[in-house]
Design a protein. Structure first.
Length: 346
């Protein structure tokens, strides 16, 4: 892959995530420009381009990828289209930055990585917490040994259940688009963050169930794992709870670190009789620090910490936990919901 003097991006998809979290950041990082946007719905790409001062727009991904003004492609569509769109960009030898989760399954992630490696084209994934100041600080705390030897990790997430009818499900609750339930969309952030902080997770096992939601996707997930340092960890996601909770606790021999995945509150370092807080507010465009690292990578001035390979490891962890629920995830499991042994019979 040749180094780029500056990176001109084309964006496929123009949904809510692109309005503030990601889209404007491509115009604000050094050495970058958002040159074109694409959305299939008539008029939507033109509207987004006009509101965000983007010079070009397209109505189909093939035209955006072929656009000579586009050096690299940002894929901001549901995961069900990530594989096909990424492969199109790879064939055009254009680097790709794809939204999380990387794809619907680990098998799809493998196919993407194999294609990009063979073509010698970079592939990045939007696990942007790896460059947010609060989590960079958390990693510095751990790496500096302030917690002592890590001895345990816990995570708890609770979210009220979705109350609609099966016919009204949004794409995030349709495995053909998302790869599963909200665990794929939300849980992946914490799993990738734990790898960033503690290294790849080992000895992963878990289970999933639908206990209360009026559709066939999972709403409760429990897992346990071992960190690279040998500490044991447990995590639980409840997408059918009465309240909201989001808490990571990393415990060591000398102190405990508390934080959330999705909040913006201070980090807490807890020792005997003392709580130290560290405030590291999120930027307005939360993907901007990671996008800067991608642009620097493509310009030969740095390295991005979130690649197709790191993201595929997170998808593999999720597949291990969900495998029994879906009766295997190495095939097109979303086409055979009647065979999912873990799904409720309604």
């Amino acid at each position: 892959m040749n180094r780029l003097h500056s990176v001109h991006w084309g964006m496929i998809g123009a949904g809510s995530v692109t309005e503030i979290k990601s889209g404007p950041a491509f115009q604000k990082v050094e050495g970058s420009m958002l040159s074109a946007v694409m959305r299939r719905t008539p008029g939507m790409a033109q509207d987004w381009a006009k509101r965000h001062d983007v010079p070009r727009y397209h109505d189909n991904p093939e035209d955006l990828i072929a656009d000579p003004h586009v050096d690299a492609v940002y894929i901001a569509t549901p995961p069900g289209s990530h594989l096909d769109l990424a492969l199109l960009a790879c064939e055009a030898r254009k680097p790709v930055y794809v939204e999380k989760p990387m794809a619907r399954s680990y098998e799809e992630c493998k196919r993407m990585n194999e294609a990009f490696e063979a073509a010698d084209v970079p592939l990045f994934v939007a696990y942007y917490r790896r460059r947010l100041p609060r989590f960079v600080t958390a990693r510095e705390v751990i790496d500096a040994g302030r917690l002592g030897a890590i001895t345990g990790v816990t995570y708890r997430y609770t979210h009220p259940r979705w109350e609609g009818t099966p016919a009204d499900r949004p794409w995030r609750l349709r495995p053909e688009y998302s790869g599963g339930g909200l665990f794929l969309d939300i849980g992946c952030h914490t799993l990738d963050l734990l790898e960033f902080l503690l290294g790849p997770l080992r000895n992963v096992s878990g289970m999933a169930a639908n206990v209360s939601t009026n559709c066939t996707i999972e709403d409760n997930i429990a897992m346990h794992f071992r960190t690279e340092q040998g500490a044991l960890g447990v995590a639980h996601w409840n997408f059918a709870g009465h309240a909201r909770e989001d808490l990571i606790e990393i415990t060591g021999t000398d102190a405990r670190l508390r934080m959330s995945t999705f909040g913006d509150e201070p980090l807490e370092i807890i020792t005997r009789g003392n709580v130290e807080t560290m405030t590291r507010p999120n930027p307005m465009h939360v993907q901007q620090p990671l996008i800067q690292s991608i642009v620097d990578h493509l310009r030969g001035q740095g390295e991005c910490p979130s690649t197709g390979y790191s993201a595929a490891r997170t998808s593999r962890v999720m597949d291990v936990v969900l495998d029994a629920y879906y009766g295997g995830r190495a095939d097109d499991f979303w086409l055979r919901p009647e065979t999912w042994p873990g799904a409720p019979r309604r």
